[in-house]
Design a binder for this molecule. Structure first.
Ligand SMILES: O=C(O)[C@H](O)COP(=O)(O)O
Length: 403
């Protein structure tokens, strides 16, 4: 059973009573008149082959309160896009697929490339960004949720709980982050969140002293959750990082744009599991090593904009402080796993911490070499200022592809 502790700068909405789904969905259906809802699903074509997405689509068939489902499809050929249209046709809601590699959307991307405004890297950030553009263009959703397509434990209650805080017209939240405990098959998961993000925030607090932004980040129970929801207007101002700093970057952006009493987090699931990536110990440009480096860079860049000064000495002590803190956390996680009858491989955990410590050093070196480098894709407000009819053109291109 969940506690009701409010432990940070943002409100936490717990799951105290395991309220029946049909009750929640009835409420959502009544909210939808004032706050029509859109769901964004960033997907790789390869995910259509996996059972996780098949289950997600089956579950979503029951989420009839949704006004729109927007699927961002990456790495798909023409035949694969045609297959995707058939695959998603079982959704009863109005839905559209963004064929990101198709000629129409590529031509639009080229227009932005020519103006120096296009996302610089392929990947989830770029995919999500174009989907957000489409949501703004279609105007079908006032409340928008987003979740990953590799969740193997998906139940549509997750979506209902995730979108509720921004769909309820009597709440005043602009943005809501999902949280859950990540464990499966008898073991604790969530290696980057547990072993990099939490101890790194603690270490940064020691190095930087009191900082409101670090307090804010520390308030989130699962800062790396790919599940969040927001008012559609938030999408206009949001700058999305195109690298693995996406989740932390979005948290930083809403912190910059809103007072913390307009932000919240919600318990969306008792159990959560997804596709796991390798640590990638030997190649730091891939897997969790790349994720860890991008996240550390995202935090450093944000703190620099808050006036904190980093030099190589500061990074050396950050690494040492992080390392000590992360080792202490392994002990905590081990005990937590034990009392819950789960296992925790201490060797694998320490190996991850050693790798993440190296990633912090590499992130620091990259930051010092180019402090002003930023992976942010421009906001949609900037795009529409540079190309006023861009959203209309995006809308028309997606309609033509889906017709
Ligand atoms: O959330 C995380 O920490 C990363 O996505 C890695 O998750 P995993 O350890 O469950 O694979």
């Amino acid at each position: 059973m969940a506690d009701f502790y409010q432990n940070g700068l943002v409100t936490t909405l717990h799951n105290l009573t395991q309220r029946p789904l049909d009750e929640l969905e009835q409420e959502l259906a009544s909210f939808s008149r004032q706050r029509p809802m859109s769901l964004v699903l960033p997907s790789l074509y390869s995910e259509l082959q996996a059972p996780a997405l098949d289950n997600i689509v089956e579950e979503l068939k029951g989420a009839t309160y949704l006004n729109e489902v927007v699927i961002g499809l990456d790495r798909a050929s023409k035949e694969e896009f045609e297959h995707a249209k058939e695959y998603f046709s079982r959704l009863p809601q109005h839905h559209r697929i963004l064929w990101n590699d198709g000629p129409r959307l590529r031509a639009l991307d080229q227009l932005l490339v020519d103006k120096g405004l296009a996302p610089e890297q392929p990947g989830k950030g770029r995919n999500v960004w174009y989907c957000f553009g489409y949501v703004l263009a279609s105007g079908r959703g006032k409340a928008v949720a987003l979740h990953d397509c590799d969740i193997v434990t998906y139940q549509r209650e997750m979506l209902a709980r995730l979108i509720y805080p921004v769909a309820n017209p009597s709440f005043n939240y602009e943005f809501c982050k999902g949280y859950y405990s990540r464990w499966s098959d008898g073991k604790l998961n969530g290696r980057v969140c547990r072993l990099l993000v939490t101890p790194l925030i603690k270490a940064l607090k020691k190095i930087c002293g009191y900082d409101d932004y670090l307090e804010y980040l520390d308030s989130f129970r699962y800062a790396l959750a790919g599940e969040f929801s927001m008012q559609a207007d938030v999408l206009r101002e949001l700058r999305i990082p195109s690298d693995w700093g996406l989740e932390i970057g979005v948290l930083s952006e809403v912190y910059r744009n809103y007072n913390t009493n307009r932000l919240c987090q919600v318990d969306i699931a008792d159990v959560y599991d997804h596709k796991h990536q390798d640590l990638s110990i030997d190649n730091h440009d891939a897997g969790l090593a790349k994720m860890a480096t991008d996240i550390a860079k995202a935090m450093m860049r944000k703190l620099a904009t808050q006036g904190h000064v980093f030099n190589s000495g500061a990074f050396r002590s950050l690494k040492a402080t992080y390392f000590r803190s992360a080792l202490d956390f392994i002990e905590n996680y081990y005990n937590d796993a034990k009392i819950n009858g789960l296992t925790l491989d201490r060797h694998a955990e320490e190996e991850a911490v050693e790798l993440f410590a190296k990633c912090i050093t590499e992130a620091g070196e990259a930051f010092l070499a180019n402090p002003s480098a930023t992976p942010f894709i421009p906001s949609w407000n900037r795009i529409t200022s540079a190309v006023p009819d861009f959203l209309d053109r995006l809308y028309d291109a997606v309609e033509a592809d889906n017709s």
